[in-house]
Design a protein around this ligand. Structure first.
Ligand SMILES: Cc1cc2nc3c(=O)[nH]c(=O)nc-3n(C[C@H](O)[C@H](O)[C@H](O)COP(=O)(O)OP(=O)(O)OC[C@H]3O[C@@H](n4cnc5c(N)ncnc54)[C@H](O)[C@@H]3O)c2cc1C
Length: 394
């Protein structure tokens, strides 16, 4: 059996690996020229932990994980206004929580392709998929790049993220499925020894109104930056300048450390809408979606990487058992029925978190501080605490 997997992000890499291990031939097509280097710290807990243990990926993730003791909210004079203890968060999340830098997570999934017998997964960086055409006996993709003459496959997997081209071609325009949560998030990594030393292994967020900047000092002399800001509807005061200019407009003057990061910000940082993808069915004919392409939960749910791995492992293993075209539809139905409710639950938690993530006034900010302090009290209701932690622990 043959598959074309579109997108070599976390979901695409894991799907391709599991299909390859099951004996499928896979062409994995990625538009960027190599592994993506951008992204911030991601909490990794829940379904992804279980799935990565089952498929043997967990040790690779544990090797690159960071130790985060807590999240500190700092005011402009660098006083800690609230602190969230991670050990407590880990206990509430059921024990295992890793803090992973997104590019490290992607590279770990890429490294795990070496478990697949040589030649079974062919990775084509620098190739953008621009179309999908389904025939009764197979599926083809149109590719802009050196892999333009890719042969037909039995199944195409759209693992191409929140702005999925496969979804647009097979299910319809993005506007039908994308639910914006009223914010944008940007992330980039810069070399800055002084800030690195000051914030090494500290996960800090500004205790600010309407926008939040986060920074983390990495193992090297680098600093990871994370910026979340409001995204008004088009025409209602939205800043349409280029991403770096927009970030400077939004965040200049918030904090001296943030100003320094903005000075070093690359011209084209990761900067995207914070949104969810909701669509009733995840497969049609010989095309199936996985990861953010069909079930983006948004960074506010704190589980994007975890769900991407767990969903992709399930899809790869379920589809991997198929040995003839007749088995494709039942396998994709099984995947959809098993996984859709899990994604829907995480999306509901992300939507609840959206309302409190960026306080709009001092009262809301005070409430957030109070809630963070309250979670440290013994005896606070476990479910309430878990919900609150999800909403603020990014
Ligand atoms: C650069 C980057 C930085 C991110 N930073 C953060 C972060 O800091 N915090 C956070 O919570 N989440 C972040 N995310 C989102 C997070 O990675 C996902 O929510 C999660 O990992 C699910 O991954 P995915 O594989 O489904 O999608 P993605 O990680 O979005 O991967 C999709 C892949 O498909 C490729 N692709 C897209 N269109 C095409 C096409 N037409 N042809 C070929 N390839 C295509 C993309 O280049 C990308 O590599 C980031 C995503 C990216 C791409």
């Amino acid at each position: 059996m043959k598959a074309i997997v579109v997108g070599a992000g976390i979901a695409g890499l894991v799907t391709a690996r599991q299909l390859g291990l099951a004996g499928w031939e896979v062409d994995l097509v990625e538009k960027s020229d190599g592994p993506r280097r951008d992204g911030y710290m991601m909490d990794f807990f829940g379904p992804g932990v279980e799935a990565s243990e089952r498929i043997g990926l967990y040790p690779r993730l544990a090797r690159v994980a960071y130790r985060v003791d807590g999240v500190e909210y700092l005011d402009a004079r660098e006083r800690v206004r609230a602190r969230l203890d991670y050990d407590r968060f880990a206990r509430l999340a059921g024990g295992k929580v890793l803090s992973l830098l997104r590019p490290d997570l992607e590279r770990a999934a890429l490294g795990a392709l070496e478990d697949v017998p040589h030649g079974r997964v062919r990775l084509h960086y620098g190739n953008r998929v621009t179309g999908v055409s389904m025939q009764d006996d197979g599926v083809r993709v149109a590719v802009d790049g050196p892999a333009a003459r890719l042969p037909a496959a039995d199944v195409v997997v759209g693992a191409d993220g929140i702005h999925s081209e496969v979804r647009a071609r097979v299910f319809g325009p993005e506007t039908d499925y994308l639910r914006p949560l009223g914010m944008r998030a940007a992330a980039f990594i810069v070399r800055e020894a002084e800030l690195n030393a000051r914030f090494r292994n500290r996960f800090v967020l500004t205790d600010s109104l309407d926008r939040t900047a986060g920074l983390y000092g990495l193992r090297t002399d680098k600093v990871a930056a994370f910026l979340v800001y409001r995204d008004p509807p088009a025409g209602a005061g939205r800043d349409t300048s280029a991403p770096r200019d927009r970030l400077r407009n939004e965040f200049s003057g918030l904090h001296p450390a943030v100003d320094r990061l903005l000075d070093l910000c690359p011209a084209d940082p990761y900067d995207d809408v914070v949104a969810q993808i909701v669509l009733p069915h995840w497969w049609k004919g010989r095309a199936v979606l996985v990861g953010d392409a069909c079930g983006a939960v948004s960074l506010l749910a704190g589980q994007g990487g975890s769900l991407a791995i767990a969903g992709a492992a399930l899809l790869g293993d379920t589809l991997g058992r198929v040995t003839s075209a007749d088995g494709i539809a039942p396998a994709l139905t099984e995947f959809e029925q098993a996984w859709q409710p899990v994604g829907a639950q995480a999306q509901a938690s992300g939507r609840r978190a959206a309302s409190s993530f960026l306080p709009a006034n001092r009262t809301q900010r005070l409430l957030r501080r109070w809630v963070i302090r309250a979670t440290a009290l013994p005896g606070i209701d476990r479910l309430v605490a878990r919900q609150v932690l999800r909403s603020i622990a990014k």
